[in-house]
Design a protein around this ligand. Structure first.
Ligand code: S3P
Length: 171
């Protein structure tokens, strides 16, 4: 089985993914890490040097390489389901997609301290501006995330609790 984790930046895809992989003894794959390795460049540098459109093209191509790896947990980037035919590709694969849902407030609080590493929000200095950005952006993207097979609410839960809820819903 392949489990695909989707959700906004800061929704815990990587942390929950690592935890799930440990619990289930599955391989863990992170699309951003995969892109970084293949392109030998950080995501921030890729955005800076070649722009977002180029990044989205790479993201779609590499997504298709890592879908359907047996017994693995795959964390996608926050934007992956929202571009091209990516969500259709995810849903027509054998994978089970899981949306890690979190509130605008939770996401803002998690993203704020590490916003410099995230190309889309690195320029937002004030927490109020970040919260406004996340609110609008999450509203636009939710329609894609909501197409996942399963939605797990993550507000106020630890990584272990979220992973435990996923296991309880699936097995
Ligand atoms: C992005 C999210 C990032 C990364 C890139 C774009 C987005 O991944 O793919 O910076 O569009 O939301 P994380 O969600 O893992 O931070």
């Amino acid at each position: 089985m392949t489990l695909i984790l989707v959700g906004y930046m800061g929704s815990g895809k990587s942390s929950v993914g690592h935890n799930l992989a440990k619990i289930l003894d599955y391989e863990y794959l992170d699309l951003d890490e995969y892109i970084k390795e293949k392109e030998d460049q950080s995501i921030l540098d890729l955005f800076k040097s070649k722009g977002e459109i180029h990044f989205r093209r790479l993201e779609s191509n590499y997504l298709n390489e890592i879908l359907n790896k047996e017994n693995s947990i795959v964390s996608l980037g926050g934007g992956t389901p929202c571009y091209g035919n990516n969500m259709e590709a995810i849903n027509s694969s054998e994978c089970i997609s899981i949306y890690l849902r979190a509130s605008v407030k939770t996401l803002t609080n998690r993203i704020y301290p590490e916003r410099q590493q995230r190309p889309l929000v690195a320029h937002l200095e004030e927490v109020e501006n970040l919260q406004e950005y996340v609110g609008k952006h999450l509203f636009e993207r939710s329609q894609f995330y909501e197409n996942a097979d399963l939605t797990i609410d993550t507000d106020d839960l630890t990584i272990e609790q979220v992973a435990g809820n996923i296991v309880a819903r699936l097995f």
